[in-house]
Design a protein around this ligand. Structure first.
Ligand code: GLA
Length: 391
């Protein structure tokens, strides 16, 4: 029995009727690209978020989380218009966005359980998708995967106020075990590239720094604004047509325009654009490397993506940068980077399973030498690729 089922029984004195699950995701190449309609690669992993629940016919949603203190409650047709600045805001926003598309009658009581520490694996998108899945189930509605992705992204953008793209939701939704998701966030076209029969074996290592984070409190939105400002300026320098600022994306700007006018951009904007264009290129090369089973090249591109996130996108806490450095010099690691936005949280790496033990030992030793105070909080999790919600 899962902890969330046990807790459900303690609170409600009866069994949960069902348990929904959504995996976490990693993005080895394609970071900080989706909000400006770039391309991404991703995989879902075999750890994620469970929700034990029962329908509530009166339309009330009542949720507890094993990770957070406060129990949250709202009605499916009367979601508070403003966020309440707690963990359930993502879910209030998602209820509002789903009910704008489908009339909702039934609520649910539930307990949420995350299997890994928070930060970098997109638990926020996973918690929204697992909740939407349950809410759709109790209301007997079947939105398309894209509609669910849109509800979730809109909840993040418009209700919570984070300028994220659709990378997280798409990975958690579309991924398939032993396949690489290769998605164009502009067209929503995607491909699931199978693992080549000759590809070396790999596992996914998650090195959790011991420092948790929320995107809303980070410089995430500012970086997105810097990139968008660069796109707006480049469009103007080149005499291109442009519309509203918020609707301008770096994807609208041809690479030649960037090459021609880049020196006119303020230095920081130039760095953000440099990250975006080089990452776009790395994603395309990475997808081809995966297609031919070339894990060495794929891994190197992931390391390069990590480098660019530190020096061009300028993210990374001291803890994450140290972890990244350690990873680049540890035998048996093909490649890796910060997982997710890179402000706190974790790093992911693709590792050779034959080196698993030595990798875990040496990364832990070196990291805790640099941050002894994080002993007991730092953790390593070895995962495999997994199916997304819709697979
Ligand atoms: C977070 C956001 C995503 C994406 C990544 C960085 O996970 O939610 O949309 O921008 O950061 O690649």
């Amino acid at each position: 029995m899962l902890h969330c089922q046990e807790r459900f029984f303690e609170i409600y004195h009866r069994e949960a009727e069902a348990v929904a699950f959504c995996p976490y995701r990693i993005c080895p190449i394609g970071a900080h690209s989706d909000h400006n309609l770039g391309k991404i690669t991703g995989l879902a992993i075999d750890k994620g978020i469970h929700l034990a629940y029962r329908p509530k016919q009166n339309g009330v949603v009542e949720l507890s989380s094993l990770q957070f203190d406060k129990r949250a409650q709202w009605h499916v047709r009367e979601v508070p218009r403003e966020k309440e600045n707690d963990w359930a805001d993502y879910l209030r926003g998602a209820t509002m966005k789903l009910s704008a598309r489908y009339p909702l009658q039934v609520g649910l009581s539930g307990v949420i359980e995350g299997t890994l520490p928070i930060g970098g694996l997109s638990s926020s998108a996973a918690v929204v998708l697992v909740f939407l899945k349950a809410l759709c189930q109790v209301n007997h509605i079947q939105p398309t995967p894209l509609e669910l992705i849109q509800c979730s992204v809109e909840a993040e953008n418009q209700y919570v106020g984070v300028s994220s793209g659709k990378l997280d939701q798409s990975c958690e939704m579309y991924s398939r075990k032993d396949h690489l998701l290769y998605l164009d966030t502009k067209t929503d076209q995607y491909e699931l590239i199978p693992t080549h029969p000759d590809m070396k074996p790999y596992r996914i290592a998650i090195f959790f720094s011991g420092v948790e984070r929320t995107l809303a409190g980070s410089k995430f939105n500012m970086r997105v604004d810097e990139l968008r400002s660069a796109a707006y300026a480049l469009a103007a320098y080149a005499g291109m047509d442009y519309g509203k600022f918020q609707e301008t994306n770096m994807r609208d700007i041809p690479r030649q325009v960037y090459d021609h006018f880049r020196d006119r951009l303020p230095h920081t904007w130039q760095l953000r654009a440099e990250h975006w264009f080089t990452e776009f290129d790395r994603v395309e090369r990475g997808a081809e490397a995966w297609r031919r089973g070339d894990l060495a090249t794929f891994g190197r591109l992931s390391f390069e993506s990590g480098w660019s996130s530190i020096y061009n996108w300028e993210t990374g806490s001291p803890e994450l940068k140290t972890l990244y450095d350690i990873m680049t010099r540890t035998d048996g690691i093909y490649g890796g980077r910060f997982s997710g936005a890179g402000f706190k949280g974790c790093c992911m790496a693709l590792i050779d399973p034959a080196f698993e033990e030595s990798i875990c030992q040496s990364v832990a030793r070196e990291y805790l030498k640099a941050f002894p105070q994080l002993e007991g909080k730092f953790s390593i999790h070895i995962c495999q690729s997994a199916d997304g919600v819709m697979a």
